[in-house]
Design a protein around this ligand. Structure first.
Ligand SMILES: Nc1ncnc2c1ncn2[C@@H]1O[C@H](COP(=O)(O)OP(=O)(O)OP(=O)(O)O)[C@@H](O)[C@H]1O
Length: 260
């Protein structure tokens, strides 16, 4: 299983939009996808996928529910694991709870890709989820404050481990806009930090994305021919391009890195 963490420096830059639509694009390419909602603003994913999860990951921690009971299927080929009060707390659990979470998650079978939508900004505990993942996707917009916060996030990640981070520039008004934002971030990362940043795509600013939320249907499902949906599709293909369809190893590696 490939574990992918979607994170951002600033809130509201499109992290959840990317996680949900990317997940659906990957599922449509024939992979089984589980989306872990680690964002505190839980309502977003629920609205985008039009589901109301009855239970969340906290129910696994307490042992009240099994993994099967907690996972909410959607009609879009991806399943959802709701993240309670945010995954930050999950990284901070005491030993017995930690063990019960590991036992619960270890039973996770049959998924090819796990996408984790983290909260914005990187606290000490969220960073463990980020570092435990095979792929780190950092979402930013070209807005200067978003770029500054994105750089702060890159810095925190790379201060812990020299990694390769993948950048998505969202809500761009032109390719030029996207390029200059990506070049700036890649440039400063190369120059000042130990690790690497690679831009794997951009997504145009598109009013249909907001409208799809009103319609409670994923953008990529109802507007597949829009250029923003196609860009998300391309990013999905780049992401899973070289990944073998099924590897159980990936997830145990994730749990090992996450919880020791
Ligand atoms: N490419 C885009 N074009 C236009 N609007 C967009 C685009 N991407 C996201 N949005 C809009 O921006 C808003 C924030 O998006 P989203 O909830 O995905 O961000 P987030 O980073 O997950 O936010 P939070 O930090 O609150 O979790 C939403 O209303 C969404 O519709």
């Amino acid at each position: 299983m490939l574990t992918v963490c979607v994170t951002s420096g600033k809130g509201g830059v499109g992290k959840t939009t990317v996680s949900v639509n990317l997940g659906i694009a990957i599922a449509r390419a024939g992979r089984r996808v589980l989306l872990l909602d680690g964002d505190l603003g839980l309502a977003n994913i629920n609205v985008m996928l039009d589901v109301r999860p009855k239970y969340n990951i906290q129910d696994i921690v307490t042992g009240r529910r099994t993994l099967e009971q907690v996972i909410t299927p959607t009609t879009y080929g991806i399943d959802l694991l709701a993240g309670a009060t945010g995954i930050a707390e999950l990284a901070d659990l005491r030993e017995p709870e930690r063990q019960s979470l590991i036992r619960g998650l270890a039973g996770l079978r049959g998924y090819d890709v796990l996408i984790i939508d983290t909260g914005a900004g990187i606290g000490d505990n969220v960073i463990r989820f980020v570092l435990a993942s095979d792929e780190i996707l950092l979402v930013t917009t070209p807005h200067p404050t978003s770029l500054t916060d994105a750089y702060g996030t890159i810095k925190s990640i790379l201060a812990n481990e020299s990694r390769s981070i993948k950048l998505i520039v969202n809500s761009v008004s032109s390719i030029k806009d996207a390029r200059s934002a990506a070049e700036r971030l890649v440039g400063v990362t190369d120059k000042f930090l130990d690790g690497s940043l690679e831009c794997i795509g951009y997504i145009p600013s598109d009013g249909l994305i907001e409208k799809s939320i009103m319609q409670r249907k994923p953008h990529i499902v109802i507007n597949p021919s829009s250029s923003s949906a196609q860009k998300i599709q391309e990013i999905a293909m780049r992401l899973i391009g070289k990944q073998a369809a099924d590897s159980k190893k990936g997830f145990s590696r994730f749990l090992q890195r996450m919880f020791g």
